[in-house]
Ligand binder design. Structure first.
Ligand SMILES: [Zn+2]
Length: 295
C-alpha cells in the first residue's frame, strides 16, 4: 500500500512505496542479480508471448486470442510492484528488443491507442500519468520495451510543468507539432503538442493517433541521430539511446521526451535549478538537420 507524505509546506509530496524494492532488475549490483542471471539463463521474460502466466491477469489487449494467451499485439497488465494503488504496464509489442524507434508506424499507433484507451478507463480514479523509461539508465527494470500508467489521487498536488509556448519547431503534421521549448531543462529535450489546445490526452481521436505515433517515432529517431554525432558524443555519455517520456496528465496535454545523456548533480538536487548545456535553439537546429526519418 502506497503512503503519501507531504513536505512541511505541503507543496510537494513523496510516495513511500516499499513494494517497489522487490522489482526484478535484470542488471543490478544486488542480490537480485543472482536471481536474474538465473532468469536470463532460462531466457524467461514475463512480457514475451508464451509467458503470459507470469504476469497478473491482463486488463486490456489489442490483437487476437483469448485473455492471457498469445495472439496479442499490445498487452496491458497490472504492475506486480506498484508505485500506487493503480499501476499498469503497457507492453509495447511481442518483440523483446525493438522499441518505438524500430517498430512499424502501425505498431506504434497501436501502443498510443492503448495509452489513450487506458487513460480513459482510469481517468475517474485520479490523475493518470503515462510514462516510458527506455534503457536501464532511465530507470527501466526489464529490457522488454514497455510503458507504465500510474494513477495518483486527485488530492495529491503534482509538481509538474505545464505546456510551454511553442518555439524552436522541429517538425509538424496536421495535428501535432514537435519543438524544443525555451524552457528546456535537459539537452535535446523534445516536446510534442496537439495543435488543438485545452484537451486532455483521453480526448485524442482515432484519426489523430497515427499522426501522434509518427511524430513520437520521428522525434526519438532524430534524437538518436543527433546524439550519435561525434560533435555531441564528446558532450554526452550515452552509448545507447536512453530516455524517458511522459504524457502530461491534465488539461492542455503534451508529450515530453527527455534523453538521459547526462546526470543531475548536487547543485541541481539542492536548488531545484536545472543547468542545461545545450541551448534549445541549437538543439532544434540539430534535430531538424537529423532529417526526416522514414516512417
Ligand atoms: Zn520479452
Amino acid at each position: 500500500m502506497a503512503k503519501y507524505v507531504p513536505d512541511i509546506k505541503t507543496q510537494r509530496w513523496v510516495i513511500i512505496s516499499p513494494s517497489r524494492t522487490k522489482r526484478p532488475y535484470e542488471e543490478e549490483n544486488s542480490e537480485s542479480k543472482i536471481q536474474n542471471s538465473e532468469l536470463k539463463k532460462q531466457n524467461v521474460c514475463p512480457f514475451c508471448p508464451g509467458n503470459e502466466g507470469m504476469t497478473p491477469p491482463e486488463v486490456y489487449r489489442m490483437g487476437t486470442g483469448a485473455p492471457d494467451q498469445p495472439g496479442w499485439e499490445v498487452r496491458v497488465v497490472p504492475n506486480k510492484y506498484p508505485i500506487t494503488d493503480i499501476h499498469e504496464v503497457i507492453i509495447h509489442s511481442v518483440s523483446d528488443t525493438d522499441d518505438i524507434e524500430e517498430l512499424s508506424l502501425e505498431q506504434v499507433t497501436k501502443i498510443f491507442t492503448a495509452y489513450r484507451d487506458r487513460y480513459r478507463a482510469n481517468q475517474e480514479m485520479g490523475q493518470v500519468m503515462i510514462f516510458c523509461n527506455h534503457g536501464l539508465g532511465a530507470g527501466a527494470s526489464l529490457n522488454h520495451p514497455h510503458s507504465q500508467l500510474v494513477v495518483v489521487p486527485n488530492q495529491i498536488n503534482l509538481d509538474a510543468v505545464e505546456m510551454e509556448p511553442i518555439n524552436n519547431v522541429v517538425e509538424e503534421n496536421t495535428n501535432f507539432v514537435t519543438y524544443c521549448p525555451d524552457f528546456s531543462q535537459w539537452p535535446f529535450e523534445v516536446w510534442i503538442a496537439p495543435k488543438i489546445k485545452e484537451k486532455r490526452f483521453g480526448e485524442v481521436t482515432d484519426t489523430e493517433l497515427p499522426d501522434l505515433a509518427k511524430v513520437v517515432k520521428d522525434g526519438l529517431k532524430k534524437i538518436q541521430i543527433a546524439l550519435s554525432d561525434p560533435l555531441n558524443a564528446t558532450l554526452y555519455e550515452a552509448k545507447h539511446l536512453v530516455y524517458n517520456y511522459y504524457i502530461y496528465h491534465g488539461k492542455n496535454w503534451f508529450l515530453r521526451i527527455i534523453p538521459r545523456a547526462i546526470h543531475r548533480a548536487g547543485f541541481e538536487l539542492g536548488t531545484g535549478l536545472s543547468v542545461n548545456v545545450m541551448d534549445p535553439t541549437k538543439a532544434s537546429e540539430w534535430l531538424v538537420k537529423a532529417g526526416k526519418p522514414e516512417g
